[in-house]
Design a protein around this ligand. Structure first.
Ligand code: SAM
Length: 291
């Protein structure tokens, strides 16, 4: 079963994110997907376990990116189930489809804004996401809309980052580069972005207003391998400069010297080299709720 792409409405509330994920950021995620999947593997396992998919269930993977978790959901749901990944990023959806073909996965992919796409009412048993649900400009409306796609008794399995300061994989490279970056106001609480749901109570409120019930939000910690292999520190440095909060900050300040920043960040990462790899802690919420 395949669902045709709909042209995305780049004037809707999520226009900025549609721009962002169809530009440089989406291209980078598509290019580095294998490395990112290795880095995020502990969270794939966590979201799969949280979802507890049974054969025959129908899963919507929100903000599926290049599809790693959608493949896992498709395998768990089996021939009688369905896993659909929806994402606003054309380069990432294209990569997901290539990978599905190479893997022989039954996972399907749709280029769509999950906040407004016309999903058939009640057509999924599980709404799932690994880090794809923190980018809605109007989160209550988005989650209310998505709840309508759940069948009675349906459930969620979401993973999102806890506070920036509790996530050294993101904070350490940015803090190391701070002396060279102009002062930046921290984003207002709840601003769309990786840390939009850093406060469990705010996320609980959003889901509650969207009509979900039995909301459970539990912490989960795991290390992210930023760099391994022959040159682990250089690999971790490359990763930090390409993707994540430091790369976002640098994009907004192209006048700052990349070489000078690299020097500071390399030193901070090297201090975390252990057993041939640079690993840093990550802290997420595991979020389950009922329709
Ligand atoms: C941090 S990436 C995570 C990608 C993927 N889930 C993974 O773990 O590899 C966030 C993803 O959310 C997608 N996204 C953001 N807003 C979206 C929306 N309104 N509808 C669908 N996808 C969205 C982005 O395009 C991007 O692929």
């Amino acid at each position: 079963m395949s669902t045709p792409d709909r042209k995305l409405d780049a004037r809707g509330p999520n226009a900025d994110q549609i721009d962002y994920w169809n530009g440089d950021a989406g291209e980078k995620w598509a290019r580095h997907q294998d490395r990112l999947d290795a880095m995020l593997a502990p969270f794939s396992r966590a979201v799969l376990s949280l979802a507890g998919v049974s054969a025959g269930e129908r899963i919507l993977d929100i903000g599926c990116g290049c599809g790693a978790t959608t493949f896992d959901f498709a395998a768990a749901a089996g021939d009688t189930g369905r896993a659909l990944g929806a994402d606003i990023s054309a380069p990432m959806i294209a990569r997901a489809r290539e990978r599905a073909a190479a893997l022989g996965s039954s996972a399907e992919f749709l280029l769509a804004d999950a906040a407004s796409h016309d999903f058939a009412p009640g057509s999924f048993d599980i709404l799932a996401s690994r880090f794809g649900i923190m980018f809605f400009e109007q989160p209550v409306d988005a989650f209310r809309h998505l709840r309508g796609a759940l069948a009675p008794g349906g459930r969620t399995a979401f993973i999102c980052w806890r506070a920036f300061k509790d996530n050294p994989w993101a904070a350490l490279p940015l803090m190391a580069a701070r002396p060279l970056l102009p002062d930046q106001e921290p984003p207002a609480p709840g601003t769309p972005g990786p840390f939009a749901f850093d406060e469990a109570d705010r996320f609980r409120g959003v889901l509650g207003q969207a009509g979900f019930r039995s909301i459970e939000i539990e912490p989960f910690d795991a290390e992210l391998t930023l760099g391994a292999g022959a040159e682990p520190v250089e690999a971790a440095l490359h990763q930090s400069l390409e993707i994540g909060p430091l790369s976002r900050a640098m994009k907004e300040m192209p006048e700052v010297s990349r070489e000078a920043i690299a020097e500071l960040v390399r030193e901070a990462l090297a201090a975390n080299l252990k057993d041939g790899a640079v690993r840093l802690p990550g802290a997420v919420w595991l979020v389950s709720a009922k329709a």
